[in-house]
Design a protein around this ligand. Structure first.
Ligand code: COA
Length: 146
């Protein structure tokens, strides 16, 4: 399973697929994160792609664009986030992608935030070694390992 998951830099050609994936109502409910309209989505990605400090990876599963995993700095904290198309859920892809990302990024600690209801995402983070350090309208997690 893990060997089928590859990260590579996000390209403009991926954006229409990533756009569709973030429209999914089940995903937005799970993540408690609203979808963006096409114009807003495209403008957001053009902006973040222009900033070399952002780590923006497309998750390939069997060479298909399964989703994205990203890391950015916010208020002095390096955060991570990810999103998969629904047809790719439940195959261990997020766990494999985060494991690969942790090897790529040397910055510590890393931070993540998940909605209280997002059991799957919390599980992904904890399987990879993130630890909950705060609960305040959601779970705040931190990764300190080398
Ligand atoms: C959250 C998400 C990334 C999980 O991806 P995934 O590839 O399906 O996760 P994995 O297959 O690696 O599974 C990780 C763990 O979560 C568990 N899990 C998966 N879906 C679950 C669910 N709906 N409820 C409870 N546990 C779940 C799995 O069983 C696995 O744990 P296990 O190994 O102990 O069995 C994916 O559902 C998604 O993209 N959701 C929409 C966007 C989102 O929520 N992003 C994260 C925002 S913080």
């Amino acid at each position: 399973m893990m060997t089928n998951v590859i990260l590579r830099n996000v390209t403009e050609a991926d954006l229409p697929i990533l756009f569709e994936q973030q429209l999914d109502p089940e995903a937005t409910l799970m993540a408690d994160f609203p979808s963006r309209d096409r114009d807003v989505f495209m403008a957001h990605w053009k902006k973040i792609m222009a900033d070399e400090k952002n780590i923006l990876k497309t998750i390939l599963f069997n060479e298909e664009v399964a989703g994205n995993i990203v890391s950015w700095e916010h208020d002095g904290e390096q955060e991570v986030g990810y999103w998969l198309g629904r047809e790719y859920w439940g195959k261990g892809i997020a766990t494999a992608a985060l494991t690969e990302l942790l090897a790529l990024i040397k910055i510590r600690p890393l931070y993540a935030r998940v909605a209280t209801r997002n059991v799957a995402s919390r599980r992904v983070l904890e399987k990879c070694g993130f630890v909950v350090y705060k609960e305040d309208g959601g779970f705040f997690l931190r990764y300190d390992r080398e």
